[in-house]
Design a protein around this ligand. Structure first.
Ligand code: 8YV
Length: 328
C-alpha cells in the first residue's frame, strides 16, 4: 500500500512530482501557515510530513503522529522549528536540506552587505520619490567594502562561503566559532579565529551565520552591539532571534553602529516597527536561499528523504537516523 505524505505549504513542483511517482501526496495548496491543531491532525493521518520553517513541529505534534508518522522532512537547512530530541525519542526521523543552499545564501549575504554599505535601497527610494533633482558630489555617500575587515559569527558552510567571496575584495577575514578548535583553526588561515568581543570591536562588517540554539539566542544584544565600531555594519541571514531586535533598533537609532541589513527577524513575519522607519537598515523577507535552482533542489532533497524513509532506508540527510535506530 502506498504511503501518505502531507506537504504543509506549496513547494517547487519537481519536489511534489518526485514524491507523486511513488506515494500518495496531498499539498496544502492554500500556502498558508497551518495551526498547531491542523498539524497534529495531519501528523496522525500521514506517514510523512514535508515541512517548512513556518511549521512549529513540537513535541505535541510529534506525539500526535503516534506509530504512524515516520519522518518530518524540513525544506530548510535550519531545523529550529522541530523538536529533534522529542522526534528521536519517539522514533521519528527528521531531515533537513544542508549544502544545497550554501552558495545561494552566501551570495545574498553579500547582496545585503553591499546594499547597506552603498545605500542601494535607500538610493532607489530617493530616486523613485522624485528627489533626484541633479547630481551632487555629496549625494548618498556610503562606505567602502574593499580592504575592510569582515567578521563572521559562525564559520560553518555558509560563513566560509561568505569568506571565500571576501578575498576578491581584499578584505581581512576573522571569525568567531566556538565549535572550531584552535588546531583546526590553523587549517583555516588566513581567516583569523578570534573571540566574539574581539570580532565585534575590530570588524567593519559583522555577518551572522549561526544556527538558532539556546546558546545563540540573543547572542548579539545591547552589550555586544555597544562593542561594535560606530562605523560598522551588522548583517543577518541566519535566524532572527540570534539578534536582540529591540536592542538593535536602539543602536541604529542612536547611531552607535552605522547600519544593519537583515533577512530574518525575531517574530517573522513581524518586524520591530522602528526598523521599518530607519534609513540605515536594509530589510528583506527571509529570501537568502530564494533562487529558482536552490529552492527547487531543496524541495527535491526533502522528497528524496521521504522516499528513502518510506522504503525503510537511511534518508540521505537525516539528522537523527542513528538515534532513531537505537530507540527503535
Ligand atoms: C529557507 C532557511 O528559505 O534553509 C533555511 O534554514 O532559512 C531558508 O533557506 C527556509 O527555511 C525555507 O523553509
Amino acid at each position: 500500500m502506498a504511503h501518505d505524505v502531507y506537504v504543509t505549504r506549496v513547494i517547487p513542483q519537481p519536489g511534489i512530482d518526485l514524491l507523486r511517482e511513488q506515494l500518495n501526496v496531498t499539498v496544502n495548496d492554500d500556502d498558508r501557515q497551518l495551526s498547531a491543531n491542523e498539524l497534529k491532525r495531519l501528523a496522525s493521518t500521514h506517514d510523512a510530513l514535508v515541512t517548512l520553517l513556518t511549521d512549529r513541529v513540537d513535541r505535541s505534534v510529534l506525539a500526535a503522529g503516534g506509530d504512524r508518522l515516520k519522518i518530518v522532512a524540513n525544506v530548510a537547512v535550519g531545523y529550529d522549528n522541530i523538536d529533534l530530541v522529542a522526534a528521536s525519542e519517539m522514533g521519528i526521523l527528521v531531515s533537513n536540506t544542508p549544502g544545497v543552499l550554501t552558495e545561494t545564501t552566501a551570495d545574498f549575504a553579500w547582496a545585503l552587505l553591499m546594499g547597506i554599505a552603498r545605500r542601494t535601497a535607500e538610493a532607489q527610494t530617493f530616486l523613485r520619490a522624485g528627489k533626484f533633482h541633479g547630481w551632487g558630489i555629496m549625494m548618498m555617500l556610503g562606505e567602502d567594502v574593499h580592504g575592510k575587515t569582515l567578521g563572521l559569527v559562525g564559520y560553518g558552510r555558509i560563513g566560509r562561503a561568505v569568506a571565500k567571496r571576501a578575498s576578491g575584495f581584499d578584505m581581512a577575514i576573522q571569525y568567531f566559532d566556538p565549535v572550531i578548535s584552535a588546531e583546526d583553526a590553523d587549517a583555516l588561515l588566513p581567516a583569523r579565529q578570534v573571540d566574539l568581543d574581539t570580532l565585534l570591536r575590530t570588524s567593519d562588517y559583522v555577518s551572522v551565520h549561526t544556527p538558532l540554539t539556546p546558546e545563540t539566542t540573543h547572542l548579539i544584544g545591547a552589550a555586544e552591539l555597544s562593542s561594535m565600531k560606530p562605523t560598522a555594519y551588522l548583517i543577518n541571514t541566519s535566524r532572527g532571534p540570534v539578534l536582540d531586535e529591540a536592542a538593535l533598533a536602539d543602536a541604529l537609532t542612536a547611531h552607535t553602529i552605522r547600519g544593519a541589513a537583515l533577512d530574518v527577524f525575531e517574530r517573522e513575519p513581524e518586524v520591530e516597527p522602528r526598523l521599518m522607519e530607519l534609513d540605515n537598515v536594509l530589510i528583506t523577507p527571509h529570501i537568502a536561499s530564494a533562487s529558482v535552482a536552490t529552492r527547487t533542489r531543496m524541495a527535491t532533497m526533502a522528497a528524496e528523504n521521504v522516499i528513502a524513509a518510506m522504503r525503510g532506508e537511511r534518508p540521505p540527510t537525516a539528522l537523527n537516523f542513528d538515534e532513531v535506530a537505537r530507540n527503535g
